[in-house]
Ligand binder design. Structure first.
Ligand code: PGA
Length: 262
């Protein structure tokens, strides 16, 4: 039985206009209601240019704001990049690092993800570090090895004091936006191994407390079974987070697990 509080993220990716983002945020807040917000951490990840606007919509309410990426330097000649302090200034408490689209579409290396992860944690942001294997890596039996390599590169040098500002999202790349989901048993096996690696890197207390989300085609229809696994502490939701009702229903699925704290 886990007493970790569920955490659900809505990763809107490169979708929504400013007005659309504010409307969606408002609709999510209404659809989730007081109960959902009390029982889980809920974080929305709009595009950079909508962060300040969505921060205004969310106000001091219980739904938190995060960014989809960050740059590790604090300021200077880095055209197009956004610093941790700029994110905090926009009202962000969270940031994603190492999302598979950053790694595999944009070309970010393990080392760059590590620089970003450590800079964001040092700045006081809460990082959701994404890891996960490609289809060919899964078929070659390398799922755990890939996750471990990405975790070790991203978390090198971090101690247990970083744990309260860290969440891991396990997102098998072949399941993202494809409609294919890892079976709950496969996802649980990967999560359990990730928790073991966290223990080796940061100690037992940290590995017990750090939440591990599952991501990759999570929908209202499959969320409860995934979140019912002992090492799955919520989800990082892409496509389904663009529909307020679907997203709220996924949040409710995380809250209805009887093993979770209220
Ligand atoms: P998906 O995306 O839910 O659309 O598969 C998940 C993610 O990329 O975080």
């Amino acid at each position: 039985m886990s007493d970790r509080r569920p955490i659900i993220g809505g990763n809107w990716k490169m979708n929504t206009t400013l007005a659309g983002a504010r409307d969606l945020a408002q609709a999510v807040v209404q659809a989730i209601g007081q109960d959902g917000a009390r029982q889980a951490d809920v974080v929305l990840f709009p595009p950079f240019v909508s962060l300040a606007g969505v921060a205004g919509t969310l106000g001091d309410g219980p739904v938190a704001l995060g960014a989809q990426d960050v740059y590790h330097e604090s300021d200077g000649a880095f055209t197009g990049e956004i610093s941790c302090a700029m994110l905090a200034d926009c009202g962000c408490g969270y940031v994603l690092t190492g999302h598979s689209e950053r790694r595999h579409v944009i070309g970010e290396s393990d080392d760059l993800v590590g620089l970003k992860t450590r800079a964001a944690i040092a700045s006081g942001l809460h990082v959701i570090l994404c890891v996960g294997e490609l289809l060919e890596e899964r078929e070659a039996g390398q799922t755990d090895a890939v996750n471990e390599r990405q975790l070790r590169a991203a978390l090198a040098g971090l101690g247990p004091d970083a744990a309260p500002r860290l969440t891991i999202a396990y997102e098998p790349v072949w399941a993202i936006g494809t409609g294919k989901t890892a079976t709950p048993a496969d996802a649980q096996a990967a999560h359990a191994r990730i928790r073991q690696v966290l223990g080796e890197l940061m100690g037992d207390a940290a590995s017990t407390s750090i939440r591990i989300q599952y991501g990759g085609s999570v929908k209202p229809a499959n969320a409860a079974e995934l979140f019912g696994q002992p090492d799955i502490d919520g989800g990082l939701i892409g496509g389904a987070s663009l529909k307020a009702e679907d997203f709220a229903s996924i949040v409710r699925a995380a809250c209805s697990d009887p093993a979770r704290p209220r």
